[in-house]
Design a protein around this ligand. Structure first.
Ligand code: NAD
Length: 293
C-alpha cells in the first residue's frame, strides 16, 4: 500500500510555481495577482481564505483580500466583481462560498469574467471543460488529477467509481476521469445519494473517489483488493483531545480500508493540501493567458 502524500505533492507544485514567478520577476514581467472576496465571519471560510492569501505570499504572487459584512447587498458585490473584472492588476479572483442567503450565488458566480474565474465555477469554464477545451478546472478535481499523475497511477480502461455529484468535486471529477487523456480514459460510474446499493458499485471499482461528507461511509467490505482509494471527504468531528476541539475525518474507514489498497489518500494530508496549490496554478495560468489565448 502506498500513501498518496498530498502535502508533499502540494509543496512540490507550489515550489514549481514559485520558480516560475521568480523567472517572471527576473524578466521584468508582471507578478500574478489573486484577489479573494470574503463575506461574513464564518470560521471555516475565514481560515480557507486566509490560507489562500498566505499561499500567494509564499509563491511570490500579489494578493488582495476584500472583506464584507454579512449584510452586504448583492449590488455591492456585483459592483466589486465588475471592478475586479476590469482591473489591470488582478489576474484571477474568487468569491468564497457559501454566500449569505439573501445573495443569489449563481448570479454572483456568473458575473465573474470567465478569463479571471480561477475557481472554474463559471458556466463558461464548466462548458469548456465538458467540451474538452482549455478551461480553468475546479481546484479539487484538478488536484486529484495531479496526485494520480505524479504517482503514475494507471487510469486507462480502469473502472472509476466517483461518489458525490457536487458541481465543485464529484461531477467535474467524473467528467475528467472519462476524458480521452491521461489521467482519464477510465470507465466512470457516478454514484450519489439516490444510488441503490452503493457497495455493489464500489466493489467493482479499480479507482474509488469519494466526495460525500459522511465519515467512514466507505468500509473495507466495499473495496476490491488492490483498489486505488481517493478520499475527498473532510468532516469536522468533535475531539476533546485536540486544541481545536475537533479533528477531520474522511469518507473512508481508513484503518480497515488501507490494507486492501494499492494507493490511498490520508485525511488530513491527502486531497486537501492540493486544493490551494491548484488555485495558485490556475492564477498563474490566468496571468499567462494560457486558457483564453
Ligand atoms: P456536497 O455536500 O455538495 O455533495 C455531497 C454529495 O454526496 C452529493 O452529491 C450527494 O448526492 C452525495 N451523497 C450524500 N449521501 C450519500 C450516500 N449515502 N451515498 C452516496 N452519495 C451520497 O459535497 P461537496 O462539496 O462535493 O463535498 C464533499 C466532501 O468533500 C465534504 O466532506 C467536503 O468537506 C469535502 N471537500 C473537501 C475539499 C478539499 O479537501 N479540498 C474540497 C471540497 C470538498
Amino acid at each position: 500500500m502506498i500513501l498518496l502524500d498530498g502535502k508533499k505533492t502540494s509543496e512540490a507544485i507550489q515550489q514549481e510555481i514559485a520558480d516560475e514567478v521568480a523567472e517572471i520577476k527576473a524578466n521584468g514581467g508582471k507578478v500574478p495577482h489573486l484577489a479573494a472576496i470574503l463575506v461574513g465571519n464564518d470560521g471555516g471560510s475565514v481560515t480557507y481564505v486566509t490560507n489562500k492569501v498566505l499561499a500567494c505570499e509564499r509563491v511570490g504572487f500579489g494578493s488582495s483580500l476584500i472583506r464584507y459584512e454579512d449584510d452586504v447587498t448583492e449590488e455591492e458585490l456585483l459592483a466589486k466583481i465588475k471592478e475586479l473584472n476590469e482591473s489591470e492588476v488582478v489576474d484571477g479572483f474568487i468569491v468564497q462560498l457559501p454566500l449569505p442567503k439573501h445573495i443569489n450565488t449563481q448570479k454572483v458566480l456568473e458575473a465573474v469574467d470567465p478569463k479571471k474565474d480561477v475557481d472554474g465555477f463559471h458556466p463558461a469554464n464548466v462548458g469548456r471543460m465538458v467540451a474538452g477545451l482549455t478551461s480553468f478546472l475546479p481546484a479539487t478535481p484538478y488536484g486529484i488529477l495531479q496526485l494520480i499523475e505524479r504517482y503514475g497511477i494507471e487510469t486507462n480502461g480502469k473502472h472509476c467509481v466517483v461518489i458525490g455529484r457536487s458541481n465543485i468535486v464529484g461531477s467535474p471529477m467524473s467528467i475528467l476521469m472519462a476524458k480521452a487523456a491521461y489521467p482519464g480514459n477510465a470507465t466512470v460510474t457516478l454514484c450519489h445519494r439516490n444510488t441503490v446499493d452503493l457497495a455493489y458499485h464500489t466493489r467493482q471499482a479499480d479507482i474509488i473517489i469519494a466526495a460525500v461528507g459522511i465519515p467512514g461511509l466507505i468500509t473495507a467490505d466495499m473495496v476490491k483488493e488492490g483498489a486505488v482509494v481517493i478520499d475527498v471527504g473532510t468532516t469536522r468531528v468533535p475531539d476533546a483531545t485536540r486544541k481545536s476541539g475537533y479533528r477531520l475525518r474522511g469518507d473512508v474507514d481508513f484503518d480497515n480500508v488501507a490494507p486492501k489498497c494499492s494507493y490511498i489518500t490520508p485525511v488530513p494530508g491527502g486531497v486537501g493540501p492540493l486544493t490551494i496549490a491548484m488555485l495558485l496554478k490556475n492564477t498563474l495560468r490566468a496571468a499567462r493567458k494560457e486558457v483564453y489565448a
